[in-house]
Design a protein around this ligand. Structure first.
Ligand code: FES
Length: 208
């Protein structure tokens, strides 16, 4: 597992944090989740993952608890959270669309895909809509570049996407418009897919 750190320990600047207001049960559970970890910053990512696995995100009120455990400052933790986009500090939306920011997707026009998603779904990257219905997450390349540009939803891959495919997909997610035939270029050819990989055509034709 890739390890990240919040930088070197800042013992010279570190001071114990006052008890934080918040859900007592939540904070106690978080202390329990990270209790066996070393205060070494190398275990910080493990702490984030454990908390996100338990709650679906890392609640902001738990940051002082984590900072105390790792003898660092909340500011340093927020820096680490900014760096590591897989970790969320807000609850996941009901429908999350993951947008690949990798180089192959960028070369094939993924910025246009992103703009369409932001515009139609109504939220910017790494944010949720106000009602929590939709969220956009930036993810890194995971090696499925033959589907670029792509998005992921509920663990499934949708691509290669054209702008018109994306408009149609976003509108369908919002419950607007009827499914339409997808251009052949919008999906995988027979036999080209992998398990858990879904083309735009399959997603629109039978997956929804
Ligand atoms: S760059 Fe997007 S999957 Fe590789």
């Amino acid at each position: 597992m890739t390890k990240i750190t919040a930088g070197p320990s800042h013992t010279s600047r570190y001071t114990a944090l006052d008890p934080v207001p918040g859900d007592v049960e939540l904070l106690a559970k978080v202390r329990e989740l990270i209790d066996d970890l070393s205060p070494d910053n190398a275990e910080l990512l493990t702490a984030f993952h454990r908390i996100q696995q338990a709650y679906g995100y890392v609640p902001r009120e738990t940051i002082p608890v984590i900072a105390t455990k790792f003898r660092t400052t909340p500011a340093m933790l927020y820096g680490a959270l900014d760096f590591y986009s897989e970790i969320r500090t807000v609850p996941p939306a009901e429908t999350v669309v993951e947008w690949c920011s990798g180089p192959a997707c960028l070369l094939k026009g993924s910025m246009n895909i992103r703009r369409v998603l932001e515009s139609i779904l109504g939220c910017e990257m790494s944010q949720n809509t106000d009602d929590g219905a939709f969220g956009l997450r930036l993810v890194q390349c995971d090696g499925t570049c033959h589907l670029a540009p792509l998005v992921r939803r509920e663990g499934r891959y949708i691509g290669p996407l054209s702008v018109s495919d994306t408009i149609r997909l976003a509108r369908e997610l919002k419950g607007e418009g009827e499914p339409e035939p997808v251009p052949e270029s919008g999906g995988l050819k027979a036999g080209e897919g992998q398990p858990a990989v879904e083309s735009a055509a399959e997603q629109e034709g039978g997956g929804a």
